[in-house]
Design a protein around this ligand. Sequence first.
Ligand code: GDP
Ligand code: GDP
Length: 436
Amino acid sequence: MRKSVVAVVGRPNVGKSTIFNRLVGERISIVEDVPGITRDRIYAQVEWLTTTFNLIDTGGIELSDEPLLVQMREQAEVAMNEADVIIFIVNGRDGITAADEEVAKILYKSNKPVVLAVNKVDNPEMRENIYEFYSLGFGEPYPISGTHSLGLGDLLDAVVQHFPELDQTPDDDDTIYFSLIGRPNVGKSSLVNALLNQERVIVSDIAGTTRDAVDTPFNKDDRDFVIIDTAGMRKRGKIYETTEKYSILRALKAIERSDVVLTLIDAETGIIEQDKKIAGYAHDAGKAVVIVVNKWDTVESNEKAMKEFEEKIRAHFLFLDYAPIVFLSALTRKRTHTLIPKVLEASENHAKRVQTNVLNDVIMDALAMNPTPTIKGQRLKILYATQVSVKPPSFVVFVNDPELLHFSYERFLENRIREAFGFEGTPIKIFARKRG
Ligand code: GDP
Ligand code: GDP
């Protein structure tokens, strides 16, 4: 199911990234527990009441060394292309500036709803400053303070009111959506072609093009797959080609729609920092992940080489210890037939539900094997566990005091659950809840 997208725009220093971080807040602190995850994010999920949407900080999209005005224009264009609703931020202390008017002029041309937020209204007295912003022509200005977290609830209420009715893919649809991510030249397009040209893959002739990517449905071994190809989308003008962050944004949107994400690594050049960053996005999004080592034809291929490369990957991608690794060559097609079975398996594990009584047997066995720790004289008590959702499988463990469930014990429980149920290819989540 597609989530609504909200973009934050405005001239530099009005507080875009401050607001972005405030709105995303809690989620960022959760994902940052995991080593190797990037911090300079421009795209993240926000939960508000019963809705979840994706937020883009257009200020984080670096557009070369263009003059400021050009950059602002391009950022506003990204927002208009990508977002369902735009939050236009101005600075309540400065009044309307020429640069604000410039941004406004671009937004007038959009038919997307715009919600105007007047930032840096840090106290009630300053609310009088907001009236002049009516003249920008976007209706009621919402006074907010990013640094003091004021007015954000009213702002979000106004934003979610504008969400469109989105087309929803029913949850019982067992089509497997997957995408390929990786740095330029790693072989994404080549692998898409190799997969689609394989025998026994029947490419449907209703290949559709969505706004963001080329979706190609195909059928293999009686299962329906859709490959979401972003690599082919490079024709929408200058910024779409030249901006690294923008191509990341595009990959993020593909990840969002995927069940399984194939993270490609180039065997010839080896693992670089950028690979980790890209893989981190898939993990963050809670998607199933398969690591694909492409260009395996360039390496002397034997068991030993494979083992060594695998060890390297495991050392670099600690947070992806659950992801299977497939070695192949998109060019020679060698071993490409091993990929789809792994995608299928990861996808099934990602959607797997386990029985509550079996889960609790596993937890009780785990407790017997490795008693819960005592922290500051208090012992962690685990009462009961249950799986609360799938994609990814998520578990709630009821405990006497959530603070007592430390990372290492949680990790131990996760490993026991993995051993018992086989969740290869998917992250799993464990939440502790207090139960008196
Ligand atoms: P951006 O360039 O639009 O992303 O702006 P930033 O988020 O980097 O903020 C620019 C400056 O304004 C920083 O020094 C922030 O601390 C400050 N700032 C952001 N929000 C507020 C606010 O609500 N009140 C005040 N007084 N300062 C703020
Ligand atoms: P993308 O930018 O990730 O879509 O990468 P491409 O699919 O365009 O591939 C980049 C380059 O790597 C091209 O020259 C491909 O021919 C080459 N390439 C792709 N897969 C392989 C492979 O398995 N082995 C070798 N030797 N080269 C490959």
